[in-house]
Every structure is written in C-alpha cells, then in structure tokens.
Design a protein around this ligand. Structure first.
Ligand code: HAM
Length: 423
C-alpha cells in the first residue's frame, strides 16, 4: 500500500517553489529596509506556552493544536502560530532587560488541526513580524505601513483591503467584555452551543463565530471602540492619522476582535474577496501585556502574520516561473562525455545554469530534451570537437552555431547570458 501525505498537509513541488523563493526574497528585502532582523524559532514548544498566551477559550487551543506527550513524558505542541514563541524567546534570551527595542521577523510552518479547504491547511506557512519595545502609535502605523508596502510591491494593493480596530487596554477590554457578556446573555437562545459555553469564559469570541445565527444575533453588538479610555482613544486616533498621512487606505471595522486572546489596543486584518471563506491574508495587532505575562519586564509589542499559501494563491501561477537552464550539454562518446562534464563545471563556476543527460543517448534525443526543457544554448561536443579541443555553441532559439575554443565558448555564452539577464 502506498503511503500518502496527511490530510491538510501539502507538498511544494519544484514548479511551485520559485514562487516561494521569490516571495521570501521580496519579504526579506522590504522588512530589512524597515529594520527587522530574522529569527528562527523552534517548531515544538511546551504546550502551556500556547494555552497561556493564545487563550484557553479559543478555537486554536480548544480544538486545533497538535499536542502530544513525548517519550520523555513532556507535553509538547507543534506551534500553531509564531507570536507566543517569539515572546518566549525574547524573554528567555534577556532582550526585555538588555535590548527591549527589537524588530524581528520569521518565516516558517505553523500547525492547526482545522477543517482543510481552499486556502486553509493543517500545516501552513506564515511570515510573521514582532516589534518589541514601542508603546507609541508610530510603531503601529509603521508596522501596518510595512505590510501595505509589501502588498504594493507584490502588485496586490488593489486586491486587498485593510481593516483596523482597537480593543483598548486591559481595563477597557474587561469593561467591553462585561458589556458584551450582558448583550450576549440577552440573546442566549439565538447563539450556537459553543457560543453559549463561551459567553461566560470569553465573551469576545461570540463576535468571531462563523455560525449565521450567531452573526445575525450579534449584528448590532456594542463595539470595543465605545469602551476605550481616553488614552486608548487618543492612541487609536493617532494611528489613523498616521496611516492617512502615509497614504495607507483602511476602514475601521468595529466588530473585529481577532481569534487570539493576547491582543490589546490596535488590531488589523488584510482581507481579500478572492479566496472564498478564507478572507484574511494577513492579520495582527498589539499585545502590550504579553511579555510581562510570560515573565518578562513589562514591554509593549505588536506584529502581524501573513498566510503564505493564501498569498501565493492570490499571486497566481504566472507570478514566478521555474528557472530554465541556460545551457544543455550535448555530446557523443565517452571522451566527449568527460569533456562535457568538465566544461559544465567551468560554466557553472561562471554562474551559468547547465544541464546534462548521463545516459549517453543519441544527439537527436539530447537536442530534443534541450528544446523541451527550454535551454537557450547547447554546447555540442562530437568526435571532431574532441579531436580539436573545441566546442560547437548553438543558440537554440535562433538555430545559429559556431565552433570555438573552449575558453572562447565559455566567454561567449556567459557574456550573452549576463547581458540577457540584465535586459
Ligand atoms: P492569525 O490571524 O491566527 O494570527 O493568523 C495570521 C494569518 O495566518 C491569517 O490571516 C491567515 O492568512 C494565515 N492562516 C491562519 N490559519 C491558517 C490555515 N489553517 N491555513 C492557511 N493559512 C492560515 C496569528 O497567527 C498571529 N500570531 C499574528 C500576529 C503576529 N499577531 C501579532 N503578531
């Protein structure tokens, strides 16, 4: 019986990987300009890290985590997101004491046992950003602007919309939560069973529920913005002014509460209408209490994560194509094979991509493969080339060829390739 991959898990095959590589390059370039440095964090963490930060009464912690006891008897979880690990690493490595202003980003796999569908997987990849140490609204605007710049650089700014909201500080959130609990209790018979249960533990979740009856019942629910204290109102207002000033278009969505419990003040989502139910391509917000909650010195923070599978779906197949080799080595006979192998290495040392067939097939078959794989040039080594120590260079697109010394052939091909790369 053939072994198959798990449901909700994917193979990224060679034809798709150029898009991943290009995307990681664009992301790294833009984030580096904004002063963010890359961190690489573990995939496995102690389970309590996630239950304490994301929140016990959230979908992720209640039913989506891959948690197991390892052979050492420790309860561990495949990370469902990156913020908890980043904050853990920030505290564990003493940044809260030595270097509390830090801008980090990461790229990697996250794991959630959700129901798979278009744009929703059980292993998926995020590019995440965490910006520690700045309480001021300038940091919120800067991080959101960076996200917008990335989508602009990818040519997607016209196909996504930015929504923002504010949940306020811990006191505001508590006041709002109480207000929402009262509002929910008055409509309890219209809520789904899950929301009925959550109302006592985590009332904000009723605004997040996908069930149509809950959405209808909570349509005119109070907004967190109406429960903000003066300082949080001012903060939210400055974020909006700064975004306006940067020309970043946004809409305030007073219902946005986010599915993770650690948020305070600004929250935001980048949405698309092109991926069906999975409409969030990126999301994030502030988490000013999280560092302290994980045992660090009080340090504000904020960030976001982009779902890379969703982003790649939006970018489409045309966005990045597989590299075709510059040169195909065509040869006949054992001596020619040795020469072709040597020449291939010399070309690759000059940054030329080459390919060769090892099966000693006919020249005709090799030329056919050269055309099929899209090579631009063929380096042909037959008996007469071996005898004279020469090589025939054939431009496959123009069907022109010339026989040259090995050095001249290398020079010609690598110069032409560099020139065409620069066009
Ligand atoms: P999140 O909203 O849970 O936030 O996820 C961020 C993004 O990851 C989503 O908007 C979506 O694009 C993608 N995503 C989530 N689940 C899946 C899935 N099952 N399949 C495919 N893509 C998915 C966080 O994870 C926070 N840690 C973001 C953050 C960073 N907040 C502050 N800093």
């Amino acid at each position: 019986m053939k072994v198959k991959k798990l449901k909700g898990f994917r193979d990224v095959l060679p034809e798709e990987s150029p898009a991943w590589i290009k995307l990681e390059q664009v992301v790294s370039q833009i984030f580096t300009r904004y002063g963010f440095a890359q961190v690489r964090l573990p995939l496995l963490e102690q389970s309590t890290l996630f239950s304490r930060t994301i929140g016990e009464a959230t979908d992720i912690v209640e039913k989506e985590m891959y948690t197991f006891v390892d052979t050492g008897g420790e309860q561990i979880t495949l990370r469902p997101e990156g913020t908890a690990s980043a904050v853990r690493a920030f505290v564990e490595n003493g940044f809260d004491r030595s270097n509390p202003k830090a801008r980090w980003y990461y790229i990697g796999s996250m794991f959630r046992r959700e129901r798979p569908q278009k744009g929703r997987f059980r292993q998926f990849n995020q590019v995440g950003v965490e910006c520690f140490g700045w309480k001021a609204p300038g940091a919120d605007a800067d991080v959101i602007t960076m996200l917008w710049d990335l989508f602009t650089a990818l040519g997607l700014s016209g196909r996504v919309s930015l929504e923002i909201n504010s949940l306020g500080c811990a006191d505001d959130r508590k006041a709002y939560s109480d207000k929402l609990a009262k509002y929910g209790a008055e409509r309890i018979d219209k809520l789904c069973d899950n929301c009925k249960k959550r109302l006592g533990k985590n009332p904000l979740r009723i605004l997040d529920c996908k069930s149509p009856s809950c959405q209808e019942a909570t349509a005119d629910a109070p907004s967190p913005v109406d429960s903000l204290c003066d300082e949080c109102t001012e903060h939210f207002s400055t974020v909006r002014i700064l975004l306006d000033d940067q020309g970043v278009p946004f809409k305030v969505n007073p219902r946005m509460v986010r599915g993770l419990d650690y948020y305070s003040r600004t929250t935001f989502e980048l949405l698309t209408t092109e991926l069906g139910a999975q409409n969030a391509v990126a999301a994030g917000g502030r988490y000013d209490a999280l560092v302290e909650q994980l045992g660090g010195r009080p340090t504000p923070g904020l960030g976001f994560a982009i779902g890379l599978e969703r982003l790649i779906l939006l970018l489409g197949d045309e966005w990045a194509s597989a590299d075709t080799p510059d040169v195909y080595m065509v040869y006949t006979g054992a001596e020619a094979f040795l020469m072709a192998m040597r020449l291939r290495r010399l070309l690759m040392l000059r940054s030329t991509t080459t390919t060769i067939d090892f099966e000693q097939r006919s020249m005709k078959a090799q030329f056919k493969s050269a055309n099929t794989c899209g090579a631009k040039w063929a380096m042909v080594i037959g008996e007469s080339e071996v005898e004279k120590g020469e090589v025939t260079v054939k431009n496959l697109a123009e069907s022109q060829q010339q026989t040259l010394s090995i050095n001249n052939a290398i020079e010609l091909v690598s110069t032409k390739i560099i020139a065409s790369d620069e066009e």
